[in-house]
Design a protein around this ligand. Structure first.
Ligand SMILES: Nc1nc2c(ncn2[C@@H]2O[C@H](COP(=O)(O)OP(=O)(O)OP(=O)(O)O)[C@@H](O)[C@H]2O)c(=O)[nH]1
Length: 206
């Protein structure tokens, strides 16, 4: 890898959660710093470049509508899981069912082959509606702790900074997991070439 490539990274992020939890609001807030109120429910993939710690990061963000069916046989869902380097799983703090869905989503993602360690951020959105809260912060935190995910409570409507933390936090984990995979591949490569050398020596000495 050249020095220049080491400073570049692509990260595919899938945003999932039940209807109306604020997936698009969160995504648009991150991309444009704005909250525009109504978003429609068009499925979109956005590309966005940021410089983080001197690295040029391209976020590819797939803001997708909720799939009722989490079975991996359902191709739209499987496609998202295979594409992703990391997930933002969103619930609304005023909607208990959306929180339960996030719990199911985590399980279903982690059950997918090779995905047990994929970076996931759990986001409790609509923090500004605290008076209508039905999911405690502690429940979100506990879920994250028991599933090795990150956790943030945010208001896409009121706060840009906390939304930024969500995506930056995820990128840190994606970066770690990508470099761990590279290291592993590197070690495997060294072991392979050493085995080849020793195998050659053995056949030479016969
Ligand atoms: N009060 C408040 N409302 C929010 C917040 N985030 C989103 N909303 C509102 O919640 C509604 C749904 O937001 P969307 O971003 O469209 O939600 P979504 O999850 O993308 O919804 P689908 O497209 O149906 O999957 C909209 O009316 C938003 O204005 C928030 O942080 N606080």
């Amino acid at each position: 890898m050249t020095g220049l490539n080491a400073l570049k990274m692509d990260a595919n992020v899938v945003v999932l959660g039940t209807d109306s939890v604020g997936k698009s609001a969160l995504t648009v807030r991150f991309l444009s710093r704005r909250f525009i109120g109504e978003y429609g429910n068009i499925e979109s993939i956005y590309s966005h470049n940021v410089i983080m710690d001197g690295r040029d990061i391209t976020f590819n963000i797939w803001d997708s509508p909720y799939c009722q069916e989490l079975s991996m046989e359902t191709s739209p869902y499987e496609k998202r899981v295979q594409w992703a380097d990391g997930f933002v799983l969103v619930y609304s703090i005023c909607d208990r069912a959306s929180f339960n869905s996030v719990t199911k989503l985590i399980q279903s993602i982690k059950d997918y082959p090779g995905m047990d360690k994929v970076p996931i951020v759990i986001v409790g959105n609509k923090r500004d509606l605290n008076h209508r809260r039905t999911v405690l912060s502690e429940e979100g935190r506990m879920l994250a702790l028991t599933t090795d995910c990150q956790f943030y409570e945010v208001s896409a409507a009121e706060n840009y900074h906390s939304v930024l933390m969500v995506f930056h936090g995820l990128i840190d984990r994606v970066r770690e997991s990508k470099s761990a995979i590279k290291k592993q591949a590197g070690i495997k490569g060294i072991v392979k070439s050493m085995s080849a050398v020793f195998a050659r020596r053995r056949t030479d000495s016969l």
